[in-house]
Design a protein around this ligand. Structure first.
Ligand SMILES: [Zn+2]
Length: 382
């Protein structure tokens, strides 16, 4: 089992990275792009392992079996750093620390590697701190940046990086991955992969969490009961609640685990009040967690609206007379009935309304509920 096995449906990328890890076309800065869920960071991680793999024969690099491959895939290798801006925003101080780290020689591995996930989410001033280090890297350091598309990162950075372009894998490949890697039942895996529209992380969550499946189904069915303004207001409230529940269910556990880990690392007493120094560290963590929670609700609402969009997408597919590949197969009867009552033009206008709401929620400061209400009112069935 090599490090490349989990990169389903990405044969051209695997070929490119394998070649580079054998020394052909290797460079110091890489930009991994592809739609969310295409496995950008997994590809970067596999590449990092292959570059540092202990095999003498270069064609076997990325064996997935040596200690170095294992620790890199497990994210515990000291020479390979993963930066996740989706988790918490990177501060300038942290960016400077990264730059300092990038200047160090690797301690045991061939290469020091820094993987920046969601490079599109770094504030411009943070990116500027990294720029010089990426422009003039030290000889043993490799940067790997990940973003949805090249246009999402500053052109000054983009022009220094070699592009690696991932595509969204076919649903069958995602299903196969869930079966093999996570032991999911094949039929469930297939349904989850299709419902997630090939987003690997979401497909996995849908396959493993019955609550997430139920929330999704509730979202896609929402347009069926949408008659009149009152129903629209109720639908908006419901969608925002579904998104909030979804975000909470992934945050609560992680927040608690982080808090426990921090207290343990500070050597905090089991009972009684914390000394002031520890209290301020804890406060810092809680502030970061609050910021992250806000962001994850926005993300989750965007996904909820993407699910909603799949309803109209299916309606359109039926109206255009090509109902072979429905995302929401289990709703076929209801979708067909709905499709018969409207026209493709109306469906397209409704899809536009959903997309407008998504843009407003992710890029402006409008209250999410307001944006969703205004969307819901334009989705009302005549
Ligand atoms: Zn190896």
């Amino acid at each position: 089992m090599t490090v490349w096995d989990d990169l389903q449906g990405q044969a051209p990328v695997v070929a490119q990275l394998r070649q580079a890890s054998q020394g052909e076309g290797l460079t110091h800065a890489w930009l991994f792009t592809g739609p969310p869920g295409s496995g950008r960071s997994n590809a970067a991680k596999a590449f990092a392992a292959a570059l540092n793999c202990e095999q003498d024969d270069v064609t076997l690099r990325g064996c997935g079996e040596c200690h170095t491959c294992h620790t890199i895939l497990g994210e515990t290798h000291s020479d390979v750093t993963f930066v996740r801006t989706e988790k918490l925003t990177i501060t300038i101080a942290e960016a400077r620390e990264l730059v300092a780290k990038a200047g160090d020689r690797p301690s045991t591995a061939r290469w020091r590697i820094i993987v920046v996930e969601d490079a599109d989410r770094m504030p411009e001033r943070t990116t500027n701190v990294l720029l010089k280090a990426i422009e003039e890297p030290t000889p043993r350091t490799i940067w790997m940046l990940c973003a949805p598309s090249p246009a999402d990162v500053l052109v000054t950075i983009r022009s220094r990086c070699r592009p690696v372009t991932l595509r969204l894998p076919p649903a069958a490949d995602v299903a196969a991955l869930l079966v093999r890697r996570d032991g999911v039942d094949p039929e469930l895996a297939e349904r989850a992969a299709r419902a997630a529209q090939s987003h690997i992380g979401i497909a996995r969550r849908l396959a493993q969490d019955a609550g997430a499946r139920e929330r999704r189904l509730e979202t896609v069915r929402a347009p069926l009961q949408l008659r009149g303004v009152t129903a629209a207001i109720m639908m908006a409230e419901k969608l925002v609640k579904i998104a909030t529940d979804e975000a909470d269910s992934s945050n609560v556990e992680r927040d608690a685990a982080e808090k426990a880990a921090l207290l343990a690392s500070l050597g905090a007493p089991d009972t009684g009040t914390l000394p002031p120094a520890m209290r301020s560290q804890l406060k810092q963590l809680e502030d970061d967690q609050k910021r992250r929670a806000k962001r994850s609700i926005t993300d989750s609402l965007d996904r909820t609206l993407t699910d909603l969009l799949s309803f109209y997408r299916d309606v359109l597919v039926i109206q255009l007379g090509n109902a072979v590949d429905l995302v929401n197969v289990e709703l076929r009867g209801e979708l067909e009935e709905y499709a018969a009552r409207t026209t493709p033009e109306t469906t397209l206008a409704r899809m536009d309304a959903v997309n407008t709401a998504r843009v407003r929620i992710t890029t402006s400061n409008v209250a999410p509920l307001l944006a969703v209400e205004s969307m819901a009112t334009s989705l009302i069935q005549k």
